[in-house]
Design a protein around this ligand. Structure first.
Ligand code: ZN
Length: 465
């Protein structure tokens, strides 16, 4: 008791050590094209501070950094960083960001894009980060011209103020600032999608957009036995076109996830019924957290399941989806120019052979799925492995080796390892024959229910295991 009393006394007497904390205010201009003005306040820390933009070369968009009234030049050895000292009592700094210029240069929400005057960007496009990056929370307030709104997947403290964390900064989020149409929440098993539409309303009805997300979201949430995060921000960006439902998408899955889906604002309703883009992006929500990028794994699994899940939900018939899978495997399963799937995956950003990586890896997953089902007599499947990997990665990010080991252990043979490094084609025809899948034309197959593995084929398009 006495000891406890002394400890309490010590605790009470110790001066409070304030944890350094950052608060940002981003003021967006009334005039399109003018810079965003950012003010940042650091409390609770004195000494040297280094601020950087994490992307190489992005320092060119940050100007006029001032600590108090003093201009600070970028570091001589790194134009993406600024070094300064935080005086006692805290640091106030300000800078300008040429977000419109950056959006013009990149046209990419993974950096910054401007869609009919609405910005979609990742937070590091406007927020410099202390280096080394701290842990813990920071706040950001948006000061916006009349009629302009903000959407971000973070904890909302007011319509224009958020709390988020440096861990989330590391994992990134899509932020939208401009003219936003809120379409409400679409609940699915284990969570909900929060929908915001951007760009021209076109002739696509809001309800069509909601049911697009609902259908794809529900089948993915069922697949993972619950949406991988309680709330997913979905930014739906309308483009001036009519020939597709979904055009393409991009997903930031870690922490508080956010997704951007581009669609044709003048597409007919049935274009959305036929869409694979939303299912593909939502499968990414449950890809495991990884220590390094593994494109063959993330893209191959999303490509395989974009068809499998649409067949399971009844959106498309088994013959249609086996036709599509057959076509993709037939064209992209085999190595080209003596390059293995791993070579192509590692060199994806250089060679841009997306189809070969996406479909080549989907083919790997297909073969692993069949093998697991055969080995376990239908007790387990690739679904089981995907859910287990997601769960495991919540404790610690996984590496490529962990993924390969899990796939091959479940398959009972080194299919994943061997497919990844193979430089020679694998004969797929016998496997299709056994499954009762007979190609009869372009993307057309005939399914045979008397084939030896017809039951396995049918089970692949049924939910669970
Ligand atoms: Zn993808």
């Amino acid at each position: 008791m006495a000891r406890l009393a002394i400890w309490l006394l010590v605790l009470l007497a110790a001066p409070a050590i304030a944890r350094p904390s950052w608060d940002f205010v981003a003021t967006f201009p009334a005039k399109q094209g003018d810079p965003v003005e950012v003010q940042a306040t650091l409390s609770g820390e004195t000494g040297p501070v280094r601020l950087c933009t994490p992307r190489d070369g992005a320092g060119q968009y940050f100007h006029d950094l001032k600590a108090g009234e003093q201009f600070v030049a970028p570091d001589a050895d790194d134009p993406d960083c600024w070094s300064l000292r935080a005086p006692r009592g805290g640091l106030r700094l300000s800078y300008r960001v040429e977000l419109a210029t950056e959006a013009d240069d990149s046209h990419d929400p993974d950096r910054a894009a401007s869609i009919h005057g609405t910005f979609v960007f990742e937070e590091d496009a406007i927020l410099l980060s202390p280096a080394p990056r701290p842990t813990g929370e920071y706040t950001i307030e948006f000061r916006l011209p009349a009629g302009v709104e903000v959407e971000a997947p973070w904890e909302r403290l007011s319509p224009t103020r958020f709390r988020t964390s440096w861990e989330q900064y590391e994992m990134s989020s899509y932020v939208a600032v401009g003219t936003l149409r809120r379409l409400g929440e679409v609940p699915v098993r284990g969570g909900a999608f929060a929908l915001t539409a951007i760009g021209p309303a076109g002739r696509v009805k809001d309800e069509t957009l909601r049911s697009w997300v609902r259908r794809a979201g529900a089948s993915v949430a069922n697949f993972y036995q619950g949406l991988p995060a309680p709330r997913v921000e979905a930014l739906l960006v309308g483009e001036d076109c009519s020939d597709h439902g979904g055009i393409f998408g991009t997903t930031l899955r870690n922490g508080r996830p956010s997704v951007v889906l581009f669609y044709c604002a003048d597409a007919p309703d049935d274009a959305f019924a036929d869409d694979w883009v939303a299912t593909h992006e939502f499968v990414h929500l449950g890809n495991p957290r990884l220590g390094h990028r593994v494109p063959w794994f993330t893209e191959g699994s999303a490509t395989y399941y974009q068809d499998v899940l649409r067949a399971r939900s009844g959106e498309r018939s088994p013959a249609q989806m086996w036709g599509d899978l057959y076509d993709g495997f037939h064209r992209f399963c085999a190595p080209v120019d003596g390059l293995s799937l791993r070579d192509e995956s590692d060199g994806l950003r250089r060679r841009h052979r997306y189809q070969r990586v996406y479909w080549g890896a989907a083919c790997l997953f297909f073969r692993v799925d069949v093998a697991i089902r055969l080995r376990t007599h239908g007790e387990q499947s690739l679904d089981t492995v995907m859910r287990t990997l997601l769960k495991k990665s919540r404790a610690e990010p996984l590496e490529e080796r962990d993924l390969l080991d899990a796939l091959d252990a479940a398959a009972g043979e080194p299919i994943a390892n061997e497919s990844l490094v193979a430089k020679e084609p694998f004969a797929l025809a016998p496997l299709f024959h056994e499954l009762g899948i007979e190609p009869v034309g372009e993307e057309l197959v005939k399914l045979h229910d008397d084939a030896p593995l017809a039951r396995v084929r049918q089970q692949m398009f049924q939910a669970d295991p």
